[in-house]
Ligand binder design. Structure first.
Ligand SMILES: [Zn+2]
Length: 510
């Protein structure tokens, strides 16, 4: 390619937006020698253009050599301080040795101890280890090595693996094999009597909790919802806590979301009534679940807060082999627990898979999941009607988004809405549905953000700042992935200009 690149969109007053866009497309760490802006207005010109001059030594290959983008590395940093510390270490002078092989990245970094810390990253599954005493996962050294590889690929040269890397990878392979063997052998017999007793205790606790919750709902129905927007937060929080104590944690999380509705917008009474009705229906369905089909029973138990144990998953979970791409990530805070939703899609099967991770306090999530990564693997789905939630038995990152993303089955807006209607008919409590929509244009009309297709069908977007998204699309149709909650679509990633972009800074307000 030449040394002039052109990207669409952006506000001239805000170069940061454009820089991050630029970084994603052309690799990080190249000095831009000049940036010229043509000031245009988004409302009247569909494709404003910004011209960026790329320095002569820019090597297109660098982008492909790069393992992860800074954005991705930031997305799995345990906190901002670790990422900042990682950035300081992400410079060639900070390392005694570094290297990369087909399967691993490694480096040695002098810390405060006598011996240098040894940092290793398994590229196949994205696992890592560092010999430093930090409890952060990943620690700043791992982040530093990844940032160095992203910023300056030449500083992490291709080499033969040292013995300590070969041994570590060998040990990991051995453990993976043992795990697979263990998963294939029948589980040990459990103390059935003790288990039945624990089960009964829990059932009683949940039943009592739901009875109390029904009284609370009936109280609201009797006194009406007028004035609920002026209730103190404790009105909702106390009830949420009671449900948690009754081990109906999933129901508690739903109630927490409902608590944000009163007073949030002009239509809140209607919305609240609908949501409370859904909760009442869910409780009733649980109390009468023996009359329902098995899949639905399973689903309802999970919606209340029963977890699926590993034996049950091995026995009744459905296993699907495919090439899985991670299309988006979102977060939800519930008390001290943070939930991470990872949305995978199967290229062959077209099936979405929701992989949940939980983290307490400010601990990081156990496994990093890389948005935009694609790889072959076996997934197992939780039993139930939705068959959305799942996890990987194994998955290797061995494909690239450039080839795989265009093969994903994206839908038009009408086809997507039809499929949502079908899903809701089976499971009326479905609160969040993944949406992969093709040929949609991001528009900003009268202060409202939406996406629309060529036939004028549109969906409103959640949040009120989508300028970056707008800039990436530049007024052209894109493929967009997001979470649909039957009211608004929260965009999580977009495929445009043959590239994958994810994580748009915005907040969901409705
Ligand atoms: Zn470390």
């Amino acid at each position: 390619m030449g040394n002039l690149a052109r990207i669409n969109g952006g506000e001239c007053a805000d170069h940061h937006v454009l820089w991050s866009n630029f970084d994603l497309r052309f690799g990080v760490g190249h000095t831009v020698t000049d940036i010229t802006c043509f000031q245009t207005c988004f409302s009247c010109v569909s494709t404003p253009q910004i011209t960026i001059l790329i320095p002569d030594d820019f090597d297109d290959d660098d982008f492909y050599l790069m393992n992860w983008t800074l954005d991705q590395i930031q997305s799995f940093s345990p906190d901002a301080a670790s990422f900042a510390a990682g950035q300081k270490l992400g410079k060639a002078g900070q390392w005694l040795t570094t290297g990369e092989s087909e399967n691993a990245l490694w480096g040695e970094c002098q810390g405060s101890g006598k011996n240098p810390y040894q940092i290793r990253v398994d590229k196949r599954e994205f696992a890592y280890r560092c010999t430093c005493p930090s409890r952060k996962l990943p620690c700043k050294h791992v982040l530093g090595l990844l940032i160095l590889a992203a910023n300056d690929p030449k500083a992490v040269p291709q080499k033969d693996q040292p013995d300590w890397i070969t041994e570590w990878l060998g040990g990991r392979d051995e453990r993976t094999q043992k795990k697979q063997e263990k998963a294939a052998t029948p589980p040990k017999p459990v103390d059935e009597k003790a288990q039945a007793k624990r089960m009964e205790q829990r059932q009683n606790r949940v039943a009592a909790g739901l009875e109390q919750f029904t009284l609370w709902l009936n109280d609201i129905a009797r006194t009406g919802i007028a004035g609920l927007e002026r209730k103190p937060l404790s009105f909702w929080e106390d009830q949420t806590k009671r449900l948690v104590d009754a081990q109906a944690s999933a129901l508690a999380t739903r109630l927490q979301v409902v608590a944000e509705i009163p007073g949030s917008n002009a239509d809140w009474p209607e919305q609240l009534l609908g949501e409370l009705g859904q909760l009442a229906l869910l409780v009733e369905a649980y109390q009468n679940s023996e009359t329902l089909p098995g899949d639905l029973q399973n689903e309802i138990r999970q919606l209340i807060g029963w977890t699926v144990d590993q034996n049950e998953l091995a026995a009744s979970g459905e296993t699907v082999t495919d090439c899985w791409g991670l299309l988006g990530q979102s977060y939800q805070q519930s008390g001290k627990v943070q939930t991470q939703r990872n949305w995978y899609y199967g290229v062959e099967t077209g099936r979405p898979l929701l992989l949940l991770q939980f983290a307490a306090g400010n601990q990081g999530f156990a496994e990093p999941h890389l948005p935009g990564s694609f790889g072959d693997g076996d997934a197992v789905f939780w039993p139930g009607t939705g068959k959305l939630r799942g996890k990987f038995l194994k998955r290797e990152i061995n494909q690239n988004a450039e080839t795989m993303f265009p093969m994903l089955a994206a839908h038009t807006i009408p086809v997507f809405l039809d499929s949502v209607a079908d899903q809701l008919a089976v499971q009326p409590w479905l609160d969040i549905v993944p949406a992969l929509l093709k040929d949609v244009i991001v528009c900003h009309i009268d202060g409202t953000w939406k996406i629309s297709d060529s036939e004028g069908k549109s969906l409103p977007l959640a949040g009120n700042d989508h300028w970056l998204l707008h800039a990436i699309g530049g007024g052209h149709p894109v493929t967009l992935f997001g979470e649909w909650n039957s009211r608004t679509l929260m965009p999580l990633s977009v495929w445009a200009n043959d590239r994958f972009y994810h994580q748009f800074p915005f907040s969901r307000t409705s």
